[in-house]
Ligand binder design. Structure first.
Ligand code: XBP
Ligand code: MG
Length: 266
């Protein structure tokens, strides 16, 4: 069976964006005079909860405050998160966060081979648009047949829903697509959707459990940034992961089945 689509996670996979998210959260907390400041170590733990609104809510649940105050803060979460998104999308929209090595090369190789591109992300759509436009220019959004993200599904990663939505909108069975992820939540989401999955960890996720990953690499690599000890280590043809190698390996992998149906957010 041939590979007809590559489905990419966004944060941490196509770009190292989580430091920008962390700064944006803290700017929003300052704007609302909350006295919160998520340091890198604390944010690494908080990242185990996907979705910015869910992350803020899970943080409020840990605070030593009365129930009335907890409820008051809970009602503020959508506004705090909207402010955070404004800070983040402005910051990323200025082109401050580049795509990771090999990402544009693989996008172009896949498109050149007639393979579609898609996004399956937990982040907010505004953030995806800002990143794709600032890094790829006007063609950025047009390169993707499907952009599935944020609140389009009720259950966020590690639930498989966002990948199943992307597959549904692509009109593909999991055997005809490959997922790219950076985190254990993302890997579990892609595996739950039955997808052959490439994982490229980063600073925030390097200590995660990646059992089940079809291919685990430090990054996708390219001629200017070849992967050390490749080919011959995990890769068979080049010192970077080519579309041809992905297609050959994923197509020859055993058939993969997905789990329960999607719960779309109305
Ligand atoms: C990563 C996430 C997101 C971002 C913050 O998404 O879990 O919540 O950390 O973005 P992915 P929002 O790796 O699936 O792209 O505040 O917009 O959620
Ligand atoms: Mg990610």
């Amino acid at each position: 069976m041939s590979i007809e689509a590559l489905i990419f996670d966004v944060d941490g996979t196509i770009a190292d964006t989580e430091e920008a998210h962390r700064v944006a959260f803290n700017l929003a907390f300052e704007r609302y005079r909350l006295g919160w400041n998520w340091e890198p170590g604390e944010y690494r733990e908080l990242l185990k909860v996907t979705g910015g609104k869910e992350r803020i809510t899970s943080y409020i649940d840990t605070l030593p405050i009365g129930e009335a105050e907890r409820r008051r803060l809970g009602k503020l979460v959508p506004d705090i998160h909207a402010e955070k998104t404004r800070f983040y999308s402005a910051y990323v929209g200025d082109g401050t966060v580049p795509l990771r090595s090999g990402v544009v090369r693989l996008f172009d190789e896949a498109l050149g081979a007639g393979c579609k591109l898609a996004i399956a992300s937990t982040t907010t759509a505004v953030n995806v648009d800002a990143l794709l436009h600032s890094t790829l220019g006007a063609r950025g959004l047009d390169m993707f047949t499907v952009i599935a993200c944020g609140d389009q599904v009720r259950a966020k990663k590690p639930a498989p829903d966002i990948y199943k939505l992307a597959l549904h909108e692509l009109g593909l069975e999991p055997d005809h697509a490959v997922a790219f992820e950076d985190s254990s939540n993302g890997l579990r989401s892609a595996l739950g959707a039955g997808l052959w999955t490439v994982v490229t960890p980063n600073f925030w996720t390097e200590d995660h459990n990646f059992d089940g990953a079809s291919l685990l690499l430090p990054h996708l690599g390219d001629p200017a940034h070849p992967l050390r000890d490749e080919p011959g280590g995990r890769l068979q043809t080049r010192a970077w992961l080519t579309f041809d190698e992905i297609e050959r390996r994923a197509s020859s992998a055993g058939s993969r089945t997905a789990s329960r149906p999607i719960e779309r957010r109305p």
